[in-house]
Ligand binder design. Structure first.
Ligand code: SF4
Length: 373
């Protein structure tokens, strides 16, 4: 009898897939360069040694799909300033550890007596606002399309409850815009530094937006996109599907993660997001710079809950650590091990850059699974 875990991680099936992948790629006659957009996939690849299993056949290029990693330092500084100004600053755990300018994080601000709360669910902000009616409570919202619907629900509930002391700094970003930006990036087109044959598309994001938004890349840039789950067999099967497409001269969107993802996505979640948010003209991503139409802001119907309008916020100038090359890691131009701070000065217990903080960051994955002995 095959156990549930074997169905996703069975070594015999992985071995069979490995042989099939090698056979296809040998026929193609080149090493495939595949970008896994999502940090969750980077961790699966590193943790289960898929990169080592397919060494010489597939080169995995780690993409920018980690919301904490792509958050620019100015926004971390903004959160720190809000907290220092007396707001109760609420956000998800990893954000607390990202260093802002000068190396200080929200965790440090909390240690110095600042009111900073770590949340599992953004809806906890409702309770915190009700318990602290005399204080401004700000939810610092980050994430890709996966977490945006929850923030929409938070704002709708806050309006329903008539909360006047709750607002949101919206840092939600959009996956397809980032992929398009990567494909148009000069270091891809001009220098060929990040030559990508195909993408492993994000699984969690696609449960919300579906597979349809990726069809443009497949058609326009002739790059196969395979949406994948996060188990090792999922990723191996996605690589197999990519190799098969390339061998057959096709460039389509295929869905390996059909147990969770539909072409149209989650329509109810999409409607919630459309009710509360609108596109920003541009948004600064760490590593990618300003990316057009790549993020969301709260629309005018819910302006009362927009912290950026309420407090008339503007972004401070950031001071990045001069030796941190997170930006290049996020663009897939270098590997984390190319950074001279990796594993010595910069480690998960003392992160210098955002890619080491997040459990989805590429530097964090290399530290956990590939630290040279
Ligand atoms: S190892 Fe640390 S300092 Fe170097 S790029 Fe990664 S996060 Fe930045």
């Amino acid at each position: 009898m095959i156990t549930l875990l074997e169905g996703f991680r069975g070594s015999e099936t992985i071995r069979k897939l490995e042989l099939k992948i090698r056979e296809l790629i040998e026929k193609l006659g080149k090493t495939l360069r595949i970008m896994e957009f999502c940090g969750g996939h980077t961790h699966t690849i590193m943790k289960y040694g898929i990169d080592q299993l397919l060494e010489g056949y597939v080169r995995f290029i780690h993409g920018p799909g980690c919301p904490v990693c792509v958050l620019p330092m100015q926004r971390v500084d903004l959160a720190i300033e809000l907290s220092k100004a007396g707001a109760v600053l609420c956000t998800y755990g990893d954000v607390l550890r990202v260093p802002g300018s000068g190396g200080k994080s929200l965790m440090d601000v909390r240690a110095e007596g600042g009111s900073v709360r770590s949340l599992y669910s953004c809806l906890d902000t409702l309770r915190i606002a009700q318990e602290n009616p005399a204080q401004e409570v700000v939810f610092f919202a980050i994430g890709f399309e996966t977490t945006t619907p929850q923030t929409a629900v938070l704002i709708l509930k806050a309006k329903e409850l008539g909360l006047k002391n709750l607002s949101v700094v919206c840092n939600h970003v959009i996956t397809p815009a980032a992929i398009q930006h990567i494909l148009n990036a000069p270091d891809m087109r001009e220098y060929g530094k990040v030559d990508i044959d195909a993408f492993i598309g994000p699984g969690h994001v696609s449960t919300i937006i579906g597979t349809k938004p990726y069809e443009y890349f497949a058609e326009e840039f002739l790059k196969p996109v395979v949406i994948s789950g996060f188990e090792p067999l999922d990723v191996m099967q996605a690589v197999y599907m990519i190799a098969r497409q390339l061998l057959e001269g096709r460039a389509y969107v295929e869905n390996q993660y059909s147990r969770a993802v539909r072409r149209e996505g989650n329509l109810k979640a999409q409607m919630l997001v459309a009710e509360v948010f609108e596109l920003r003209k541009e948004f600064e991503w760490r590593g990618l710079g300003k990316v057009p139409y790549s993020a969301l802001k709260i629309n005018s119907r819910y302006a009362d809950f927009d912290a950026e309008r309420r407090f008339n916020l503007s972004l401070p100038a950031a001071r990045e650590h001069p030796a941190c090359i997170c930006g290049k890691v996020i663009r897939g131009v270098v590997l984390p091990t190319d950074c001279k701070l990796f594993g010595s000065v910069c480690k998960p217990s003392h992160p210098i850059g955002s890619c080491m903080v997040s459990s989805e960051g590429a530097c964090n994955a290399y530290y956990r699974y590939r630290l040279p002995s």
